[in-house]
Design a protein around this ligand. Structure first.
Ligand code: BTN
Length: 270
């Protein structure tokens, strides 16, 4: 039985639910006890998650918005988040020894999102290392995992996993219009949000034992390809050889084999 209702885009846009209705609609699909916060508009669901602390009795908190005024991406970039045409969500949870590797968490999240999009939207999506989901060679989703440190910045207290998906965005700003796309889907976004959340919570709870790297590699857009990578402002070319068990990208350069694992590196397929 399908757990989502198909509606046309016009009706999705005109049947605007209240925040409370949306929150309720997500909750009915969730498998876990999750604190849930829904906003018509907010600066960034990741920023909002960082302003909260996890309430006792609930291990996870979910932040969802219809619109972000300051959606954030990796490397200080912005994430275009217009009203009602995308899914903008962040999951906050307490850090454990298993979850503190942000790179590994990012790769696990990418696999969860791909599985969800494939199951609920029937699309075939690929992953561009490390955090971008692509549909037919254009970016349809970005992932931003952030660590929240304690007051004296000595240890990681919590983690926030942010996901932005272009569902039916039509007009992108000129700087991204050639590289961004949307699913153009009629999906119930609350059902999609809940499905991703359920997968993500399972992945987080089982991050040490479950292997998602095999699937990550199978969906990779970069493996075996000639790429450009930018590190400390310098762009070089290389061949993408492999992805290791923690999600780091192994490349062949003129200077030998290198492992790229820093969040400060961007990669472009030639
Ligand atoms: C990227 O493209 O580099 C990552 C984009 C991540 C966007 C999502 S939208 C929900 C959450 N809130 C944010 O401000 N960013 C993430």
């Amino acid at each position: 039985m399908s757990i989502f209702k198909k509606r046309d885009i016009k009706s999705v846009l005109s049947q605007k639910n209240s925040s409370a209705q949306n929150a309720q609609s997500i909750k009915k699909h969730l498998n876990n006890n999750v604190d849930e916060y829904y906003y018509d508009s907010i600066d960034s669901t990741n920023s909002e998650a960082k302003r909260h602390t996890i309430h006792s009795g609930c291990d996870f908190a979910l932040f969802v918005a219809d619109h972000q005024t300051n959606g954030r991406g990796r490397l200080g970039r912005t994430f275009y988040s217009p009203s009602d045409t995308g899914l903008y969500m962040s999951l906050l949870f307490k850090n454990t020894a298993d979850t503190e590797n942000i790179l590994k968490l990012t790769t696990a999240t990418a696999v969860c999102v791909c599985e969800s999009l494939e199951k609920l939207c029937g699309v075939c999506v690929k992953i561009k290392w490390v955090n971008d989901i692509y549909l037919q060679n254009k970016k349809v989703c970005g992932i931003l995992c952030e660590a929240i440190t304690d007051k004296d910045h000595s240890s990681i207290d919590s983690i926030v996993v942010g996901i932005g998906i272009n569902l039916c965005t039509k007009d992108f700003p000129s700087d991204i219009k050639d590289i961004a796309t949307s699913l153009n889907t009629t999906i119930d976004k609350n059902a999609l949000c809940a499905d991703i959340t359920n997968r993500l919570i399972y992945a987080v709870k089982n991050i040490s034992s479950v292997s998602f790297i095999k699937e990550y590699k199978e969906r990779s857009l970069v493996l075996g390809k000639e790429i450009f990578y930018t590190q400390d402002g310098v762009t070089k070319s290389a061949t993408a050889l492999d992805i290791d068990s923690l999600g780091a990208l192994i490349i062949k350069t003129d200077d030998g084999t290198k492992t790229l694992s820093s969040g400060e590196i961007s990669v472009r397929v030639k």
